[in-house]
Each structure stands twice: as C-alpha cells, then as structure tokens.
Design a protein around this ligand. Structure first.
Ligand code: ATR
Length: 266
C-alpha cells in the first residue's frame, strides 16, 4: 500500500523536498508519494490534523517549525534541544512524534565533506532558531570550543549557557580566531548582507559553511569567506539533502543513499 508524506509550510511551492524524497523512494524501492501542503496563517494544527487522517509523516518548513514542536505528542532529544520540529511521524496507535534532523543533517554533511568537528574551534554566527537547531549535534561531536557570536549579545549568552564547558558567547564584531570552522546560522544571507564579524576570523580558517543554499552553490557569505581567507567554503545544500535522508530513515526505517542524491541534484 502506498504511504503518503509531504512538506508542510508557507510557502511550499518552491520546496525541493518532493524531488529529493521521490529520488530516495526510487532508489530504496519504497512505495510512497510525497507532496506539498500549504499551511494557511495560524492554521497549522487544523492543517496537520486533516493531513494525518490519511498520511504517515511530513517535513515542516518555515514558518511552522515552532507550531510543529507544540503539535507533536512526543519529541526526540534533538527536537527538544532545537525547540523546533522539522519532521513529524505518525506512530502506531496514532500519536505524533516530532524530530529535528537539521543539526544531524549538518553534522553528516560536514563528515561527507571531510571536515572534522572533533577537537575543532568553531564559530557559529547567529543565535536564532537555526543556530539553536544545530548546537546539540555539533556539541556531541566534541569540538574544542563553540563560540556563538550574535548581533544581539544576550541571545548568544542564553544559547551558550545551555552548553556549559563547550560554548561561549561573543558580540558579533568581537569574536576573534583562530577558527577551524565558521558556520553562518544567521539570516543575513537571506537579506543579501554579510554578518558584521571582524574580517580576521576568516584568515587561516579551514572551512566556512553557510546554512543557506543557492542553486549555484554560492552564497554571499560563502564567496566572501573564501575571498577573505577561508580555505574552503560551502553553502547548505548538502545539509538539505542529509536532513531529508534522516527524515526518510525515521519514517521508513531505511537510510537512503544521500551521497548519491548530493551528486544527482548538484
Ligand atoms: P531563525 O530562527 O530562522 O534563525 P531568527 O530567530 O530571526 O531566525 O534569527 C536570525 C538570526 O540571524 C539572529 O541571530 C539574528 O541576529 P539578532 O538576534 O541580533 O536579531 C541574525 N541576523 C539577522 N540579520 C542579521 C544581519 N544582517 N547580520 C547579522 N546577524 C543577523
């Protein structure tokens, strides 16, 4: 019997998730369909209730990750740490499980790219939902230190306090390297501007990674980081594929070939 999945959010028209999951389904020979569901403003619970009458699971995209967190009956430790849910699954008996695969998707993509987090000095730019979503999986890889630099310093402090001994807070312009890995988790790229960190942070940096992605693989941040001294720079496309693969594995119990998908879609 065909199982049904979808991405829920607003907007969803341009989401790549249906293409990615169709690719995974074909490659694993899983019998499923994956669509798009537009969530009208303020109607997440109503939309999700109707969805789960006939469907088995979904991805959640902006602006509904907080609503999905509240909606879930049970939460994985990653969803709890992130305070947001990007994957819902209907369990046997009808309860809804909420997970967050974004941070583990990033950790998996860094592995794919050969970027070591263990023992590394990390700089995370931004302290909003995107930063919160990646902190637990990164901290579990045992970096030497995670400096969280944010425009609003208090938000960096609050986030760092949840990871004592690993994370430290800095004002955006005051973070100083050396850093092995710099991750842009701010929404600056979305706004077409660069985060105002001191330019010296990029010098000697092994890798810069933007959580945003663009079709050509270049974001304002990734290009600038490379020009300013980072040895390598990536956009977040691999993370998109990896988080999707982890959602698929949660639903279907089988891990698709995410590396193959990365090559296929790029
Ligand atoms: P999300 O939950 O999607 O991450 P958010 O909570 O609005 O979105 O957080 C966006 C992050 O990007 C915040 O850390 C924000 O900094 P502030 O906390 O000071 O608002 C950061 N941000 C947004 N625009 C930025 C810019 N132009 N330069 C640097 N940081 C920026």
């Amino acid at each position: 019997m065909t199982s049904h999945y979808a991405v829920l959010g607003n907007p969803v028209a341009h989401s790549l998730s249906p293409d990615i999951h169709a690719f995974f389904a074909k490659n694993t020979h899983e019998d499923l369909e994956y669509g798009r569901v537009l969530v009208p403003e303020g109607e997440f619970a109503k939309t999700a209730d109707a969805f789960f009458e006939h469907c088995d699971g979904c991805n959640i995209t902006v602006p509904c990750k907080g609503d999905a967190f509240k909606y879930a009956d049970e939460l994985t430790p990653w969803a709890q740490a992130a305070g947001a849910v990007n994957t819902l699954k209907k369990l046997d008996g009808g309860k809804i499980l909420g997970d967050n695969t974004d941070g583990r998707g990033l950790a998996a993509d860094l592995k794919r790219l050969g970027i070591k987090v263990a023992g590394a000095r990390l700089l995370i730019i931004g302290a909003g939902g995107a930063a919160r979503g990646i902190l637990k999986p990164l901290a579990e890889e045992k970096p030497a230190v995670i400096t969280i630099a944010n425009r609003t310093f208090e938000k960096a402090q609050d986030l760092a306090a949840a990871f004592p001994g690993i994370a430290a807070a800095a004002r955006l312009g005051e973070a100083r390297g050396p850093f092995d890995l710099i991750i842009n988790a701010s929404s600056s790229s979305l706004k077409g501007v660069l985060p105002a960190v001191d330019e010296s942070v990029y010098q000697g940096c092994g890798c810069a990674y933007d959580l945003m992605y663009r079709p050509d693989g270049h974001t304002l941040f990734s290009d600038h980081a490379k020009e300013a001294g980072a040895a390598r720079a990536y956009d977040g496309f691999g993370m998109l594929i990896m988080q999707a693969a982890l959602s698929f594995a949660l639903w279907r119990g089988i891990m698709p070939d995410a590396e193959l998908a990365c090559r296929h879609f790029r």
